[in-house]
Design a binder for this molecule. Structure first.
Ligand SMILES: Cc1cc2nc3c(=O)[nH]c(=O)nc-3n(C[C@H](O)[C@H](O)[C@H](O)COP(=O)(O)O)c2cc1C
Length: 192
């Protein structure tokens, strides 16, 4: 895989409108194989993904979207619903065999479990965006959805919670606004 800064970062945009080009299951599986290598706390790997590629599934997802997000979803050939699993520790015998089992996380208060899950799931989500771009997919990350109907329609496991959505496919560059600025090093960073 020959990757460039342009493909992964400098020219890659958050797409809002997509062409009809389908996304294959092979590609989605391959994107996950890279995503799963992200570092996470205790190797907890809390990210869960529902890939939606059917017309019916995309319509259901669009129905839960806020405002203009609805029509954005309707143009996409595929979407990834990113979730985090509040019972990530159920996999610790496999994922974190160095910890004492059963893991202490099972006794934690819910807000502490959720913070750990969201922090690591979002690191995995960042890897997901880069992995998708590395496979030539354009991404449209979006959080503006009603969580409850998505959880009811797409999640079989009660401990999965909705995070956000990434539309996937071949983006339409003509539908993009000019790229907005990013913060300068001096504003966002400090060296001590
Ligand atoms: C977590 C997250 C939530 C977002 N939610 C939405 C959304 O609900 N609707 C939307 O149109 N764009 C959404 N975006 C896209 C951002 O507006 C976009 O990434 C940002 O403006 C940078 O655009 P660029 O990558 O094209 O430079 C979201 C992005 C992220 C990462």
């Amino acid at each position: 895989m020959q990757l460039t800064d342009s493909q992964l970062f400098l020219d890659a945009r958050s797409h809002k409108k997509f062409k009809d080009t389908p996304v294959s299951l092979d590609t989605l599986q391959s994107v996950y194989e890279l995503t799963k290598m992200a570092p996470t706390a205790n190797n907890c790997c809390p990210l869960r993904i529902v890939f939606v590629t059917s017309k019916g599934g995309l319509s259901t997802l669009a129905a839960s979207a806020h405002g203009y997000n609805k029509e954005k979803v309707e143009t996409a050939p595929a979407a990834a619903i990113l979730a985090y699993d509040m019972r990530f520790y159920d996999h610790f015998a496999e994922l974190a065999p160095h910890l004492s089992q059963p893991p202490s996380q099972a006794q934690w208060p819910e807000d502490r479990i959720e913070k750990m899950a969201i922090t690591s799931a979002n690191i995995q989500a960042g890897f997901f965006l880069i992995a998708a771009r590395a496979h030539g997919l354009d991404c449209g990350p979006m959080a503006g959805f009603d969580a409850e109907p998505i959880e009811q329609a797409f999640f079989d496991v009660p401990s999965w919670r909705f995070g956000w959505v990434v539309l996937l496919g071949e983006g339409d560059p003509d539908a993009l606004y000019p790229r907005a600025d990013r913060l300068a090093f001096e504003t966002a960073c400090k060296v001590v």
